[in-house]
Design a protein around this ligand. Structure first.
Ligand SMILES: Cc1cc2nc3c(=O)[nH]c(=O)nc-3n(C[C@H](O)[C@H](O)[C@H](O)COP(=O)(O)O)c2cc1C
Ligand SMILES: [Mn+2]
Length: 451
């Protein structure tokens, strides 16, 4: 069995042992875990997986920073880092259906009723000003109240009581849509949250697509075998049999509670909002379960989400512009696309494809294929030298975007813009770029000029 977190950690110990740092000394869950992640990254230029064996106030060890390296994510997908996007796209195109099993390690310990106590779990506070401890590595597993449509996503939970949390549901995303359908009937929405999973499962949870595209099939394809699921104790939901820990719960209808402030993935601490309420019905976990955390807005979070987002945007642009070359998401809400433009208008089509394929996308820059989208300087050069703002900028007003963008007047209600930084009327007809005559380039041998 190779679809659990433990087998992945074994693989890391064998293949990339420097990527795992086990910390034996006790740490305070208030700020210290995030501080170690950030300091290692900024001062030591290291981003190992961190396993904190002793976390004050809880018997559970905490694993964090699991996804903070491209090579580790590639290892989870069993490909080279350069092949990740292709492999992710293949997994979206050829999903593998999950399989139901009856025996599952995640049921080693089953806690219901009075034995439920979220304060037994690590109470991790990430950034200054956060309203309290949050669970940030929870993958939601839910089902449409009326149809056989299943969904997975990451949703952070703020701990509000022994059996209560709040949840952040981005408006117009899939879990929010399920919840609105249940709430309209006056019904709670059952949802289960899995913690401590193989990174292929984490990557699959973030697949972007239509509401009826099942993330669990992407997880299976990324794992190379069907995801093994087991039935919940308190609902008909299905959860990964090999997760370290599962919280079974319901999102209550017609109830809201104060949530935040919270340091968001955008790098800003957003203020208090009214959000939905989660009642916990059971906690199940493996023996000696490892609890998982993600430091919000750090690489653990950002790398994990970027690969699925870029793969989906590449897919969307390719369906409009077959000669697309590369897609990159360099910052929140931002996308760079390079295309080999064969006829005028394709840049605009690429722009519309990006804005239409991902709720979060707000700024799109389209460049020609001679520009490397992974080089910010080159993208800026193209914007500066191939673009006339009054002609080449498109603004779309009154659209829906991220409710965590602090620049909007009303949460999530946003304008979007596209920049066509391709050469007009075409790259071939544009003023030529400087170049050294090829014959001279070939003739010059550097060794003749260095003494
Ligand atoms: C660590 C992490 C935390 C996240 N937290 C939230 C959250 O609290 N609320 C939310 O709506 N999306 C959150 N997201 C983003 C969603 O999981 C992501 O947009 C997902 O694709 C949505 O699923 P859907 O397309 O099926 O609706 C988070 C992502 C990551 C990686
Ligand atoms: Mn979905």
């Amino acid at each position: 069995m190779s679809q659990d977190l433990r087998s992945y950690l074994e693989l890391i110990r064998r293949k990339q042992p420097d990527d795992l740092l086990t910390v034996a000394r006790e740490v305070d869950p208030a700020f210290e875990l995030t501080a170690v992640v950030a300091k290692l990254e900024q001062e030591a230029k290291r981003r190992p997986i961190l396993l904190f064996e002793k976390v004050k106030g809880s018997k559970f060890p905490v694993l964090t920073n699991l996804h903070a390296s491209r090579s580790r994510l590639a290892l989870a997908m069993n490909v080279q880092p350069e092949g990740m996007q292709r492999s992710y796209l293949r997994s979206m195109e050829k999903p593998i259906s999950p399989k139901l099993v009856s025996r599952a390690p995640v049921k080693d310990v089953v806690l219901t009723g009075k034995r439920i106590n979220l304060y037994d779990l690590p109470q991790i506070v990430h950034h200054e000003g956060d309203a309290g401890p949050y669970f940030t590595a929870a993958i939601s597993f839910a089902k449409d109240p009326a149809e056989e449509i299943w969904n997975c996503a990451y949703n952070r939970l703020m701990i509000k009581g022994r059996d209560t949390t709040s949840i952040h549901l981005t408006s117009a995303k899939h879990l929010w849509e399920f919840y609105r359908r249940a709430e309209a009937q006056g019904q709670p929405l059952p949802v289960a949250f899995a913690f401590g999973v193989h990174p292929a499962i984490a990557l699959g949870a973030l697949a972007i697509g239509s509401i009826d595209e099942d993330e669990r099939g992407v997880m299976g394809a990324l794992l190379g075998e069907p995801l093994e699921l087991v039935r919940c104790e308190t609902s008909d939901l299905l959860v990964p049999a090999h997760a370290e820990l599962v919280i079974e719960a319901e999102i209550l209808p017609q109830e809201r509670t104060a949530e935040g402030p919270f340091g968001e993935f955008t790098g800003y601490s957003l203020g208090e909002r009214q959000r939905e309420v989660v009642k916990v019905r059971a906690i199940t976990h493996r023996k000696a379960a490892i609890f998982q955390d993600i430091s919000v807005a750090h690489l653990d979070h950002l790398l994990l989400s970027t690969i699925p987002i870029e793969a989906n945007l590449y897919r969307a642009v390719r369906s409009m512009v077959p000669s697309v070359k590369a897609v990159r998401v360099p910052a929140p809400f931002t996308c760079y696309v390079s295309i080999e433009q064969r006829v005028p208008g394709q840049a605009k089509n690429a722009m519309l494809a990006v804005l239409g394929a991902d709720l979060y996308m707000k700024r799109v820059v389209i460049v020609d294929h001679d520009v490397d989208v992974f080089n910010d300087r080159q993208v800026n050069w193209a914007i500066a030298t191939r673009c006339q703002p009054d002609r080449d900028i498109t603004v779309v007003s009154n659209a829906r975007g991220s409710d965590l963008d602090p620049s909007t007047k009303e949460d999530g209600h946003t304008a979007k813009w596209g920049v066509d930084a391709t050469a007009k009327p075409s790259l071939a007809a544009y003023v030529p770029r400087n170049r050294i005559p090829p014959a001279v380039w070939k003739r010059i041998k550097l060794k003749d000029f260095s003494s």
